[in-house]
Design a protein around this ligand. Structure first.
Ligand code: SAM
Length: 300
C-alpha cells in the first residue's frame, strides 16, 4: 500500500484561506484529504472535495478521518468541470494543490514513476475513457509533445520528442523503463527522467489547459472577499498561475505593443511574492521543497 500523502504548506494554507469556523470551502485537489481534514478540524461549516482520481476518493471513503461527516461532500470530476459548471454555490475559500499525490506517484501500476518497469499509464483518472500515456503519445503530434516537454523544462525537447516517436514506431516504447531510457534532463538535484516523466504526465492529463480553464472561472465561485489559494511544484506551473492571477488582478499580461488585456480587477493578491515552505517542513518532507503558494481575494 503506497504511503499516504503529506499535505504541503498546511500551516500557510490555514493562515491564509481566511476565517474558517462556520465557513464554506472547496478543496479541488482532494487527494488523501490532508488539507480538508485540517479545515474540518477547525470547525468549517462545509467542504466540497473534488478529485479526478476516483480511486483516491474511494480510499478516503474507506479510511478517511471525516468520511462520515455530513459537512464533507466528495465529487469525482476534473476541477475545470467543477469550476465552469453553472451553480449558485459560493465558497469562502478554494484550494488547489496541483500535481500528483505521493499515493499516485508511489503506486507502481499507475506508471507515474521512472523506477521499475510498469505500463505507461499516468492517467490521474483511470475510470474515464481517457487515453493512457502510451495511447496519448501515439496520437500526439511531435509539436504537441514538444509543447508539453517545454513546459516541463526537458532539455532538447525536439530531439526527445523525435526519439519518442521513433521508438514508438519501432515498438520499443511500451513501459516506464523504456521511457526512462530516453532521459531528457537532470541536474545534481534531479534524476534525468524527472522532467521527461512530468512532461508526459502533463500531456496525458492536459494539466495546463485544466488550470487555464479553471482558475479564472473559480473567482466567480468565491463569496465577496473569498480567497483562492494555489500551490504549485514546478516553475512553469507557477509562471502560469502567476500570469492568470495577475490578469485577474487587472494587470497587463500581454506582450503586445498595444495592450489587449481587460484590466478589470476581479481579485487582489494576498501577498507580493509567493510563500514557500519553512526550512523545517522542507527537511521533514523533501517533496515540499519546490512548493510555492500564491493567493488572491475576490473583489467586487
Ligand atoms: C498534490 S495532490 C493533493 C493532495 C491533497 N492536498 C492532500 O493533502 O492529500 C493532487 C491531487 O489533485 C488531483 N488532481 C490534479 N489535477 C486535477 C484536476 N485537474 N482535477 C481534479 N483533480 C485533480 C490529483 O488526482 C491528486 O489526487
Amino acid at each position: 500500500m503506497p504511503s499516504r500523502h503529506i499535505p504541503v504548506m498546511s500551516q500557510e494554507v490555514i493562515e491564509n484561506i481566511g476565517e474558517i469556523p462556520g465557513r464554506n470551502f472547496a478543496d479541488l485537489t482532494f487527494g488523501d484529504g490532508g488539507h480538508t481534514d485540517m479545515i474540518l478540524e477547525l470547525m468549517a461549516h462545509s467542504i466540497v472535495g473534488v478529485d479526478r482520481d476516483e480511486e483516491t476518493l474511494k480510499e478516503y471513503l474507506r479510511s478517511g478521518k471525516f468520511r462520515e461527516d455530513p459537512r464533507l461532500q466528495l465529487i469525482h470530476a476534473p476541477f475545470s468541470e467543477f469550476a465552469t459548471q453553472d451553480s449558485t454555490e459560493r465558497f469562502d475559500g478554494i484550494l488547489l494543490d496541483l500535481g500528483v499525490s505521493t499515493r499516485q506517484l508511489l503506486s507502481p501500476d499507475r506508471g507515474f514513476s521512472f523506477s521499475g518497469e510498469n505500463a505507461l499509464d499516468m492517467r490521474m483518472d483511470r475510470s474515464a475513457n481517457s487515453p493512457t500515456a502510451l495511447e496519448a503519445l501515439k496520437k500526439a503530434s511531435i509539436n504537441d509533445i514538444v509543447e508539453q516537454l517545454e513546459f516541463a523544462d526537458v532539455k532538447k525537447p525536439h530531439k526527445v520528442a523525435r526519439e519518442i516517436k521513433d521508438r514508438l514506431q519501432a515498438g520499443r516504447l511500451n513501459t516506464t523503463a523504456d521511457l526512462a531510457e530516453i532521459g531528457g534532463g537532470g541536474s545534481r538535484a534531479r534524476h534525468p527522467s524527472t522532467q521527461l516523466f512530468m512532461g508526459i504526465r502533463l500531456l496525458v492529463n492536459q494539466e495546463f489547459s485544466e488550470i487555464s480553464l479553471a482558475v479564472p472561472a473559480l473567482i466567480d465561485k468565491l463569496t465577496p472577499n473569498g480567497r483562492l489559494l494555489v500551490i504549485t511544484f514546478h516553475s512553469s506551473e507557477d509562471r502560469l498561475i502567476k500570469r492568470i492571477l495577475a490578469s485577474l488582478s487587472g494587470k497587463c499580461v500581454c506582450d503586445s505593443p498595444v495592450c489587449q488585456c481587460p484590466k478589470i480587477e476581479r481579485a487582489r493578491p494576498l501577498f507580493d511574492k509567493p510563500l514557500t515552505p519553512s526550512r523545517a517542513e522542507q527537511r521533514s518532507n523533501p517533496r515540499s521543497r519546490s512548493a510555492k503558494l500564491r493567493g488572491v481575494m475576490r473583489v467586487d
